[in-house]
Design a protein around this ligand. Structure first.
Ligand SMILES: [Zn+2]
Length: 141
């Protein structure tokens, strides 16, 4: 198996595994190589120095998919970090606080917390602008 670093027309880098160099040429010619990021089929080799694997090769594109997933998770964590640093945690009082702010009973501030599905639905029906946050388990540093 030969590993090629590949790049699409939008400069997304990913890697692909091929039986041999001719196999790459064949798949590229048929447009069978697809960028895992943007779906572009104008894929070419990024470098001309393939590595040769002696171990079991990963499935083509598996690494790229994992990286994409890792990048997505990373982005969610960044949003979460940002919210935790810049928003006030009101915990289970979220629905109450959000409603009181919406009604002008307390000054507006950025808050986050927990709400049940029923509370969230009720808030939306009252026109309170809430947004669900994707929640991930904390990583222990
Ligand atoms: Zn791409």
């Amino acid at each position: 198996m030969i590993r090629f670093d590949l790049v699409c027309a939008a400069d997304h880098m990913f890697e692909g595994w091929f039986r041999d160099g001719a196999s790459f040429d064949d798949q590229a010619a048929r447009g069978a190589l697809i960028c895992p990021v943007c779906g572009d089929s104008a894929v070419r080799k990024a470098v001309m120095a393939p590595a040769i694997s002696r171990g079991t090769p990963p499935l083509a594109g598996a690494d790229a998919k994992r990286e994409q997933l890792a990048a997505a998770l990373q982005m969610i964590r960044q949003v979460q970090d940002y919210v935790e640093k810049n928003f006030h945690d009101v915990g289970d009082r979220f629905a109450e606080e959000a409603r009181r702010m919406h009604l002008g009973e307390i000054p507006h501030r950025d808050i986050y917390g927990r709400a049940t599905a029923e509370e969230a639905t009720a808030l939306r029906e009252e026109g309170v602008p809430i947004r669900p946050l994707p929640l991930l388990p904390k990583l222990d540093a």
